[in-house]
Design a protein around this ligand. Sequence first.
Ligand code: UD1
Ligand code: CA
Length: 456
Amino acid sequence: MYKCAIILAAGEGKRMKSNTPKVLHKVCGKEMINHVIDNIRKSGVDEVSVVIGKGADKVRKGTESRNIFYSVQEEQLGTGHAVMCAEEFLKGKKGSVAIFVGDGPLITEETVTKLTKYHEEQKCSATILTSIMSDPLKYGRIIRNSQGEVEKIVEFKDCNEEEVKVNEINSGMYCFDIDTLLNTLGKLNNNNNQGEYYLTDVIEILKNEGKKVGAIAVDVEEITAVNSKAELSVANDIMRSRINRNHMDNGVIIMDPRSTYIECDVIIGQDTVVYPGNIIEGTTVVGENCVLYSNNRITNSIIGDDVTVENSVVLNSKIGNNTTVGPFAYIRPETTIGDNARIGDFVEIKKSSIGDGTKVSHLTYIGDAEVGEKCNFGCGTVVVNYDGKAKYKTTIGNNVFIGCNTNLVSPVEVEDNTYIAAGSTITEKIPEGSLAIARARQINKENWVYDKNKNK
Ligand code: UD1
Ligand code: CA
């Protein structure tokens, strides 16, 4: 049967106290609404409409890569009204539509599948995803009759004393028969404590018309909604432990999952060890058998196999196999480091390529440079890439030995198999096979100290 979905995302989210529309707040690196869209898609639902209103332009922009249909709700008159605004999307479609909320990012592909499957197998007019909560908070309550059938949903603000005690709650996620839904929306009114057209009232209307209403209960973690920053942190916690669990199932060793922050699109190879305090973000891919000692931030980077990184920041860069980085290295965007290389402490590398087997062991800055293989950078080397106005590029060949405290004033070229004497300031090309010395010659003034003190 035909399947499509609507995601409600027009509300302002006042309780978030934010300039960003609620559904664009991120959970483990991805906007809440995109979590919902992606998981719906994974379950095989193809056509998705998002109902937008408050912050519509931002929500469109935040979801533009997902190829969806938008329905606009100019005025936020309630969840029932929001679905009415998606009428054009539903028109002409037959079968069932699943409805989700943009602030419920924890819904999984499996649950979406379970919901639509149950709805169709049981031939329901409506199926509600519910959950049992020991503290049902402000969720709508599922009211059942003496036969245990769902009778209606009562919003928290409209509950009487008995109803408020019910601990089966409405997740705000449903499946409906499209024709039945379209025929019922027109019958909604806003005679309630919030003066809104509630989608939840559709249930009572269907029940009174003798239609079949189903409900399936799922774990509360699946349906946790985010209405405030505190609830956002709860959603992040749940998602984070799912992600960590998934990596561990795939063979990654995570020493302390509670202090490990891995965003949702990160890939990590088998037997890699992740120590506490790692933040691994964006599209990062880490290879196998790596050791990520504590406190790294690695963003949108590709790390090879057998790499060690410690107490370092790696941004939008690529690191080859069997290379070590850190402690305390800063690898800035557009850097490529080869295999078997060593980047040591207090080394900053920006927009440069470093060849295989090259060692930059300590206290060095390399910016806008191309460095060959098997070079050795002495302590305190600086590539002087900026003259206060523009940036220039420096090229260093293979097997170059750079003495300590060298400045390479860009643009400059250092050819293969060369040596640079410690303390040199290099401003001219060094031809292949040479030793460059670029510093003042030492003069010793004998007895200078004694002579100076003679007259005192
Ligand atoms: C809603 C349900 C409640 C359920 C809860 C689950 C109704 C009346 N109540 O309550 O039973 O327990 O979700 O999280 O449906 N939205 C619009 N347009 C509107 C109003 C809301 O698009 O006019 C969107 C919001 O952006 C949000 C979603 O619908 O993504 C839910 O709205 P919200 O105001 O958070 O509903 P709740 O009060 O939480
Ligand atoms: Ca909500």
